[in-house]
Ligand binder design. Structure first.
Ligand code: B12
Length: 469
């Protein structure tokens, strides 16, 4: 949508959403045939990359004259592989708030020369320089009126008509396991509370939206913006449930309890928070910055319980050279969070290298990790698992007990089934809880066969992979 808002006059566009289309290739083929067309694809690592590789390769073979332009996190991290793929003509390297329109204007007049931030496959020496993000307040409004919004009004744990919204770009922190650092390099730019509220209220009036998921990498950077946003919701007596991502130390140190309470009153239901580890040494290896400590995680778990906001804590476990005791310490720590706040949601990621220089990713390389040398390899299931941060086939997986971590994840998610899955029936939740209770009680996590069988049977959702339902 943000790109569609940039499309210059004289050029029309149509959105083909791979999440909704049973056969994206046929849909694209139908739109392209008989028109002078260009295919612009947004690609994040994981299932999207697998899908995009398969669809674009076929379309390029069938329609060699259809220019294919990629953009997003994946091509920004693997530009060389994309440019030598043979089926990608150009890619947006980093943010593309201006470069996309510039590239389209050139294409419209048949002059596809290099544009700052756009790399061309036939350019022998592409300039790997990422443009800065534009300030969101300067960007054109999203063209909602041009698409059928019904499939995007999602019923989920937050509301009956929930939309997603991106109110800021980037993140001011440099965590060494996060791919956002490569894209944003510490930039953080956000819509003003006034513009944010105006846009959301307009979406409420037009679509009856009753909930919103802020997909910002870090929504809660600026306390005043959040406080003013909450004030505007309360002044307008709006009914709006909201979810966003933030940092534990920022919310604990820079948001007075009164502000947290006000945000809760204004509809804040749940916050996704990077807790990462129970160990200070690992926290510094992760370059979390700020002054986050595991004790703060416990403190916020208790505080959010009192205020009535659900914390969704994510952990990054199993990085190289971590002694087994530290892993058990992480397990104990997560159990403590659950004893303090049983409603706290727990997301477990296996440490997965990202394209970023630094001690952690160098450690991964020293253990034999390397990326594929051909783009098509990223369409293989093992690399999709890798990008989903659930891969137990990394060079250090055995040494770092990745199997045990995934077993622990299975047991704790059965003992405390996620509230974000509205399809999971009460009897299924009870069955899962019962099946996991003894294992959880006696800390016997390894090889939970029955729990795994029930998870395959009931298929509880994984919000970190599938989003909310
Ligand atoms: C929305 C989202 C989701 C949603 C929807 C995914 C979907 N398939 O539709 C859900 C929750 C389902 C999801 C799941 C996953 N996600 Co996700 N997701 C995001 C999120 C929050 C927003 C993306 C977005 O729309 N941004 C807004 C747009 C405007 O920004 P942008 O994408 O950067 O676009 C700009 C530029 O990149 C560029 N651009 C982008 N696309 C294109 C295309 C063209 C043609 C051009 C010219 C330019 C261009 O221009 C834009 C404007 O400047 C990002 C983090 C973030 N805030 O960006 C994580 C993020 C992309 N996801 C991530 C990951 C890892 C996943 C999962 C693999 C996680 C998992 N454990 O499985 C799954 C995979 C799901 C899948 N099916 O592919 C990681 C990627 C990490 C990496 N290595 O790059 C991110 C960065 C989160 C993080 N902090 O690590 N995700």
């Amino acid at each position: 949508m943000q790109l569609a808002a940039q499309v210059p006059n004289g050029c029309d566009w149509v959105l083909v959403d791979g999440n909704l289309e049973a056969d994206s290739a046929s849909r694209i083929r139908a739109h392209a045939q008989g028109h002078r067309a260009l295919l612009a694809v947004t690609v994040m690592p994981g299932p999207q990359a697998q899908h995009a590789i398969r669809v674009c390769k076929v379309l390029k073979q069938e329609m060699p004259h259809l220019p294919i332009l990629w953009g997003g996190y994946f091509p920004t991290q693997h530009p060389e592989l994309c440019l030598k793929s043979g089926f990608i003509d150009a890619l947006a390297y980093g943010p593309a708030d201006d470069s996309f329109a510039h590239y389209l204007r050139n294409w419209l007049v048949d002059e596809p020369q290099a544009v700052p931030g756009i790399l061309l496959a036939d350019d022998p020496a592409p300039i790997l320089q990422k443009p800065a993000y534009r300030h969101p307040d300067e960007l054109p409004d999203l063209p909602y009126e041009k698409i059928d919004m019904r499939p995007y009004l999602n019923t989920n744990v937050l509301g009956k008509r929930c939309l997603v919204y991106h109110s800021s770009v980037g993140c001011p922190f440099f965590c060494s396991f996060c791919a956002v650092v490569d894209m944003a390099n510490g930039q953080w730019k956000a819509q003003s509370a006034a513009k944010l509220a105006t846009n959301l209220f307009a979406l409420q009036d037009r679509y009856g939206m009753d909930a919103v998921q802020f997909f910002d990498n870090n929504f809660f950077v600026n306390r005043n913006r959040c406080a003013e946003f909450a004030d505007r919701i309360l002044q307008e007596k709006r009914n709006l449930a909201w979810w966003g991502e933030g940092r534990i130390d920022t919310l604990l140190n820079h948001f007075p309890v009164a502000t947290l309470e006000k945000m809760q009153k204004a509809g804040l239901k749940m916050v996704f928070l990077g807790a990462e580890t129970s160990d200070l040494e690992t926290m510094s290896l992760f370059q979390k910055g700020g002054n986050l400590t595991p004790d703060m995680t416990l403190e916020l778990a208790g505080l959010f319980k009192k205020i009535g906001i659900v914390p969704e804590f994510s952990f990054v476990l199993g990085s190289p050279d971590q002694p087994l005791e530290k892993l058990h310490q992480d397990f104990e720590f997560i159990r403590r969070i659950k004893s303090i706040n049983p409603l706290a949601e727990i997301i477990i990621y296996l440490y997965t290298p990202v394209v970023l220089p630094g001690e952690l990713n160098d450690l991964a390389a020293s253990h034999g990790f390397s990326y594929p040398t051909h783009l098509e390899e990223f369409a293989e299931d093992r690399w999709v698992e890798f990008e989903k941060r659930k891969s137990a086939t990394l060079p250090w997986s055995k040494a770092q007990n990745h199997r045990l971590i995934l077993d622990f994840e299975a047991v704790i998610h059965a003992r405390f089934p996620t509230q974000t899955d509205r399809f999971l029936k009460d009897w299924q939740r009870l069955t899962l809880r019962t099946a996991a209770s003894l294992r959880y009680r006696f800390k016997r996590y390894d090889r939970p066969t029955l729990v795994r069988f029930l998870r395959r049977l009931f298929k509880p959702r994984q919000p970190e992979v599938e989003g909310f339902s």
